[in-house]
Structure formats: C-alpha cells, structure tokens
Ligand binder design. Structure first.
Ligand code: AMP
Length: 450
C-alpha cells in the first residue's frame, strides 16, 4: 500500500516524498482513512510505530480543507496533548515538517520555559497547538488561550499521562472544549482505567491496534549480564570502551543515578550527558540536541525523561537498572531499532532485580540470553573505582585545561586490553560488528581531574 492510496492530498504526499517515506506504516494505513473521514479514533500503539504521522497527516489535511479565512488570536483549532515536554516539542517539529508549504500554523507550549514565551506562541491564533496539560491550563486560566472553538483533540500517550498524574487536568480540559469535535486517543497500553477514559472522550471511535506492548520489537537483540549493583558502573565503562556504538541510551531508575553514571563515565574519559526532571528545560534541550546531532553519543536518562523521545540512530539501549514495571522495559528497548534499523538492548541485573527480570521475560514471552562477566572483571572494577569522578563544577576548569597541552592523561581502551571484555562475549544477542564507518564513543583525550 502506498501513501497515495490513503486519500492524502498532493502537498502532503510531497512532504512525505521529501522525507523519503515510501510506504505507510501499519498504524498509518489503519488510522489515516478513518481520521480523514472525520471519525474518532482509539489507537493502541507505542512510539516508534509512525504514530505521530498517523494522526498529524490526516488532521493537517482536514484543517486545510476546512480552513477559515483567518485564525482568531488566542484560539487553537486543534490541540495535541502530550505528557512530556520532549514529546510535545517533537510532535510540533514533526507537524511543522509535514505541513510545509501549506498555511498551517503550529505552536507548542510546555512548562519549564518562561510563561510570556508560551503566551506569545498562542497569541496570533494557531491551527495546531501541541501542549503539556499544566502549561495549557495556565494559559487558559490567564484567559490568553481560548479553546472554545476547538475542532480536533489528540491525546497522545494517555497511559503516561495517567502515570504522571494528569488525570484532573485532562478532565478540566475536556470540560472547556466543545463537545462536538473529533477526538483521537493514543495509548501504548489499554488497561481498564485508560479504556474508560477513551470511552468517555471518544464517540463511536474506530479502534486500531499495532504491536501490542507485550511483543518486543523483533529487530532488537537482547541480552542480560548478572552483576553486583556496585560493579555495574565498571561493566558499563568497559562496555562503552569496547562496543562500537552509534548512539546509546542508558536508563537509570533515579535522577541521582543518572548524574552519578555520567560523572563516572566522564572520569573514565567517556563523554555522556544526563537528562531528567531535575535539569532545566534549556539543559534538557541542549542535551537532546547534542545527542540527536551525535556530538554526544551517550544519553543517560530516567524513564520519564526518555519516554517518547524519537531519535532514529539509537543503536544501543543499556538498562543500568532494570525497571520494576515490566512494560517500561518494552518502552525502553523501543528507543532502539527504529525506522527499520537493528538495535541492541543490554540489561544489567543485580541480585535484587531478578524478580523484575522474571516479570519482564513473562511479559515479552521470551528468555533474555545471559552474557557472562568479562575476564578479569574484578581487576577492572578496582582500577575504575580508584578513579576520581568528574564533577559538574569542574567542567570549565577542565575545559580550559583541555585547550592547553595534554599532560599524559590515563588513556583507556586498547592499552587496557588486560581488562577488556572479550568483544565476542560482549555483543549481546550475537549482533554483528558495526561497519568500519561507525565510530566508537569518544575516549582518551579527556582527563579526569583529581
Ligand atoms: P513515531 O512513532 O511517530 O515516534 O515515529 C517513529 C519514527 O518513524 C519517526 O522517526 C518518523 O519520522 C518515522 N516514520 C514515520 N512514518 C514513517 C514511514 N511511513 N516510513 C518511514 N519512517 C517513518
């Protein structure tokens, strides 16, 4: 099936062609025709399935087809609600791209940026407003945003919205928008509570489902290593010293855990950056951008910060901590093997995490192959534990120092072969070595300060 079979207009087909998207993904095939026909939709789908285009393409077309002469200041015609800032920003970027060449004004608002900026964003009126619930209600309460003429509501990642406690905000929002509207409702999972929410918000919805959460992305090779909690950092460092990666996402359960991992990787000369709720919006955006561009190839994140992030080149997902909710594992590994590529998911499992691993294996209905610890692992642990961490406040000084002549920094990598993990044993799932063009993570020139 081709995009042109779905009833999409010429400018949209041109935007897709410009992106080299030849065929619609399953969710796009199923969602686009009913949405174009004005129907409500309940979609059970994760990110990575092409969900954004599935709801953005047909709604752009509907907005264009029924375009009023002029937008009304402070009003939005379509609202997309997303649980996180990153996801909201990503949807807005995608919508702007798909709407190129058509007169569709897209705006995005979320917390963490100055309110006046959000006010400016909505002041001239918008075709599509992408928002997180809190900032949206802020603007409604300040009477600078009027949703009374809304035509289309999209709720993205509804399960995540509920997890993050947005239920009251959602109820309020639904009370202030017109009853007569088109509603598109997406969730990766559909437990009873989400089902009730979908039933309440949608009318005679067409229901579609793609890759249920329990079926792990097939192209992801998965592996686990059993390791003491205290020694995970050494295993991670060794992994990055020897595994050729393009981009890697590392998951930690806690914000402090993320920061600690980054500090210790840096101490070993490996560049990484953390992204989590304690970072400012500007820091998060900078980190994501650096990761997206490949300037920094290791992003250490909490589940919430990483949810919905769509970066196609992620070759490796490392679960430094196993998630205690098994579905979260599926969300995490779904960050790799996107857009038809292969991916590797590597998990570290401490003794007290074994029950989590069991739950995960039950959910994905498969055993995750175990990779043993590398030879002479304890020697490496001791060497790495003796290294000082790089603190954030040392960075300027360190950068200054880096500009000057190098004074014999301890280099890692090849020379430390005595501590190396055997590459074969360290290719979780037996993944093929990367093409020679693939660079490994940056190592070496960075010097850890004592
Ligand atoms: P999403 O599920 O919306 O997060 O999209 C996942 C990724 O797939 C994004 O990078 C999209 O740009 C990409 N994508 C969406 N639709 C297609 C398509 N039909 N062909 C190829 N890539 C696509």
């Amino acid at each position: 099936m081709k995009f042109s079979d779905l009833g999409l207009s010429q400018p949209i087909l041109a935007a897709l062609e410009a992106r080299d998207y030849s065929d619609p993904t399953p969710i796009q095939q199923k969602a686009i025709p009913p949405v174009l026909a004005g129907k409500d939709l309940v979609g059970i789908a994760q990110t990575g399935t092409g969900k954004t285009a599935a709801f953005v393409l047909p709604t752009i077309q509907r907005l264009v087809d029924s375009a009023p002469q002029r937008l009304v200041p402070g009003r939005a015609r379509m609202l997309v609600l997303a649980p996180t800032r990153e996801l909201a920003a990503q949807i807005a970027t995608a919508a702007r791209g798909y709407a190129q060449g058509q007169h569709v004004r897209v705006g995005v608002i979320f917390g963490g940026v100055p309110v006046p900026r959000s006010i400016r964003e909505v002041s001239r009126g918008l075709d599509i407003l992408v928002a997180t619930p809190g900032r949206l209600l802020d603007l409604v309460d300040q009477r600078v945003l009027d949703l009374s003429a809304l035509e289309i509501l999209v709720l993205d990642e509804a399960d995540q919205m509920l997890d993050l406690g947005f239920i009251h905000d959602l109820k309020r929002i639904v009370n202030i928008i017109p009853e007569k509207r088109q509603t598109l409702f997406f969730s990766a999972t559909m437990p009873k509570q989400i089902r009730q929410l979908a039933d309440r918000y949608c009318r005679n919805a067409v229901e579609i489902s793609v890759t249920p959460v329990s079926s792990t992305a097939e192209r992801v090779s998965q592996a686990v290593t059993f390791v003491n909690q205290k020694e995970k950092q050494a295993l991670l460092t060794l992994f990055f010293q020897h595994e050729p990666i393009d981009l890697s996402l590392v998951f930690s359960r806690t914000k402090h855990g993320c920061d600690r991992i980054v500090r210790r990787l840096k101490a070993a000369g490996i560049e990484a950056v953390a992204i989590h709720g304690n970072k400012s919006q500007a820091q998060r955006e900078r980190a994501l951008e650096a990761f997206r561009r490949g300037d920094i190839r290791i992003l250490v994140a909490t589940d919430i910060a990483a949810r919905g992030i769509d970066i196609p080149g992620v070759s490796h997902v490392v679960n430094f901590d196993l998630p205690n909710v098994p579905e979260q594992y599926v969300h995490r590994i779904g960050r790799t093997a996107r857009a038809g590529r292969e991916g590797i998911a590597y998990s570290f499992c401490a003794e007290d995490e074994r029950p989590y691993l069991k739950d995960i294996e039950k959910l994905i209905k498969q055993r995750i192959g175990a990779v043993p610890l590398p030879d002479n692992f304890m020697g490496t642990v001791q060497a790495l534990q003796a290294m000082p961490e790089v603190r954030e406040d040392m960075r300027d000084e360190e950068q200054r120092e880096r500009r000057g002549p190098r004074r014999g920094p301890p280099r890692h990598g090849k020379k430390k072969a005595a501590h190396a993990i055997k590459p074969a044993g360290h290719r979780p799932g037996g993944a093929k070595p990367k093409k020679p063009g693939n660079k490994g993570p940056r190592r070496g020139p960075r010097r850890a300060r004592g």
